[in-house]
Design a protein around this ligand. Structure first.
Ligand code: NAP
Length: 358
């Protein structure tokens, strides 16, 4: 039987092996067979970008040993048919070359041989790995040889010619954050970005500054105000204030925010890659303010019960990985902010000077 002639479910339900009734994202195991149905795209995968929550957990579990990290990822993908971290529940995305486009999708703006980044999570992407060529522990990039399937409903982005593929991969992984900021920030607001010196935090700050202009107040928060990225946000006048704080200490951080912005924040954006920061985010927001939880380390229970416990009526938003035009907005944010782009080039470019993935 030639399965490539059949049309699968547009959300990929036909690829679920277990448990019955699951969709690809919440399935335990997917069929990773590298033969596309008529409404699927088969890609040769060149690199994975594990999301920060997942990669931090794997790094800790494997004691930062690149060989162990590689074996851990290979074992997960072999067992589940996808890169789905069972501890954090999160994934990441991939860069690869289109090998075959199913007949039903012939009208799309994509050709065999094009290089693309997937814009859907690795937690729902059928993936088969032959080998891992290298693990780069600081960027979260993993050079691989393998194949992946994109469903009819999947988002993807062709890689731009003017941005290094590794930089594009890093920015596109967190593309939902700057795109949502566009919708949430209005001139005059007080905005707090927690985890401001990371990838999503920097892009969120840049986008918030663009929306605020010189109005309002933008406060960045991270454990150290002396990191290169924190210093950059300050020297480029993207943030008005950079606070050094551990967001797991809710009272200490909210006291610091109350000193810097006595009315508290209209919007708190949580971009951290550690657990236990929900209550700090809630306490930094004013009554009727908004907390945008972009972090994959967010616990629904901790946020819901934490807000109830302190009697705070705030709107809490889950960081949807998809937002209309999010890929274009993330890449444009880099183009609009040369200093941030240069920082991403230094740490996330595939063509890093004197440094390779393998
Ligand atoms: P990242 O580059 O690793 O940045 C993480 C940031 O959190 C850094 O600024 C880090 O500061 C800060 N941080 C760590 N511990 C902290 C603490 N105790 N208090 C305050 N700040 C702390 O991560 P990313 O790639 O931007 O991702 C951020 C989060 O978004 C992760 O949970 C990731 O999994 C998630 N994510 C969500 C989506 C989505 O669709 N919603 C998509 C992709 C990723 P230092 O650098 O000083 O440690």
């Amino acid at each position: 039987m030639n399965v490539s002639k059949k049309t699968g479910h547009r959300f990929g339900a036909h690829r679920v092996i277990a448990p019955p009734g699951a969709m690809p994202q919440n399935a335990w195991k997917l069929d990773d067979t590298p033969v596309p149905f008529a409404n699927e795209i088969l890609c040769d995968v060149e690199a994975l970008n594990l999301d920060s929550a997942s990669f931090a957990q794997i790094r800790a579990f494997c004691a930062d040993d690149e060989q162990r990290i590689a074996e851990h990822i290979l074992a997960t993908v072999r067992e589940r048919g996808k890169q789905h971290n069972a501890v954090t529940g999160s994934g990441g995305m991939f860069v690869g070359r289109v090998r075959e486009i199913g007949d039903d999708l012939r009208g799309i703006d994509l050709r065999e041989g094009d290089t693309i980044a997937s814009l859907v999570s690795l937690t729902l992407t059928p993936l088969r790995l032959e080998a891992i060529a290298g693990v780069h522990v600081t960027s979260g990039h993993v050079a691989v040889r393998g194949t992946a399937i994109l469903f009819e409903s999947a988002s993807w982005s062709k890689l731009p010619a003017d941005i290094d593929p590794g930089v594009a991969l890093a920015a596109l992984d967190v593309a939902g954050a700057p795109a949502q900021i566009d919708k949430l920030v209005r001139p005059g607001m007080t905005v707090v970005v927690i985890g401001a010196d990371g990838k999503s935090g920097m892009l969120a700050c840049a986008r918030a500054r663009a929306r605020l202009g010189r109005s309002g107040t933008l406060i960045g928060v991270a454990p150290r105000a002396t990191t290169e990225s924190a210093a950059l946000l300050t020297s480029e006048r993207i943030v008005d204030t950079f606070l050094e704080a551990d967001a797991r200490d809710a009272l200490s951080l909210s006291d610091q925010i109350a000193k810097a912005a006595p009315g508290l924040a209209d919007l708190v954006v949580n971009c951290v890659n550690v657990d236990g920061t929900e209550l700090a985010s809630i306490l930094c927001a004013k009554d009727s303010g908004t907390v945008y939880f972009f972090s994959m380390n967010t616990s629904f229970t901790a946020a819901a019960l934490g807000a109830e416990g302190v009697g705070k009526e705030v709107a809490m938003l889950i960081g949807n990985g998809y937002t209309k035009d999010h890929a274009a907005i993330a890449l444009q944010t880099l183009r609009d902010n040369p200093a941030i782009h240069a920082y991403f080039n230094k740490y996330y470019a595939f063509a890093r000077p004197a440094e390779t993935l393998s």
